[in-house]
Design a protein around this ligand. Structure first.
Ligand SMILES: [Cu+2]
Length: 160
């Protein structure tokens, strides 16, 4: 009887043990898997998100800088003068002065003829018709300039 009882208890314990083992393992396993999946998917999301953002930022940055230099900051010089006559830019940005006039263009800061207000802002030569002079502004200020070869033509670059 005692041995039967012991066997019975062992069987019961075994069943209980199996029950808990079966009950626990499916409960734990999905949790771990879920965590792993969540972690990996969030990592993937973060990685892809970062990659996407980096690429977008790079593209945006390229577009912004290219746009700023090529399309955003162009001063068109024609026989009528500089257009726009006043242009506001940010510190460190480049302005392209495109000579679309019939004559020469020598952009320089005031006062004429010494150009001492912003001496670096001066190509020191005449820019022929059809060519571009570009200058990167590294000083904050309201820079009046003129066409040194035709001082009646003038404009302003405001650097903030
Ligand atoms: Cu001048």
């Amino acid at each position: 009887m005692k041995s039967k009882l012991i066997i019975f208890i062992i069987i019961i314990l075994a069943i209980i043990g199996i029950y808990f083992a079966v009950k626990k393992s499916p409960a734990q396993a999905p949790t771990i898997q879920e965590q792993a999946q969540t972690q990996s998917s969030s990592l993937e999301m973060t990685a892809s998100g970062m990659e996407g953002m980096t690429e977008e930022e790079m593209v945006n940055h390229e577009q912004t800088s290219v746009g700023a230099e090529i399309s955003k900051h162009i001063v068109n010089y024609t026989d009528k003068g500089f257009s726009p006559s006043s242009l506001e830019i940010k510190l460190g940005e480049t302005v392209k002065f495109a000579n679309n006039s019939s004559g020469g263009m020598w952009v320089a800061s005031g006062p004429h003829p010494s150009h001492t207000a912003y001496p670096e802002f001066d190509p020191k030569r005449n820019i022929p018709s059809g060519e571009i002079y570009e200058f990167t502004f590294t000083k904050i200020g309201e820079w009046k300039y003129h066409n040194h070869t035709k001082a009646g033509m003038y404009g302003t670059i405001i650097v903030k």
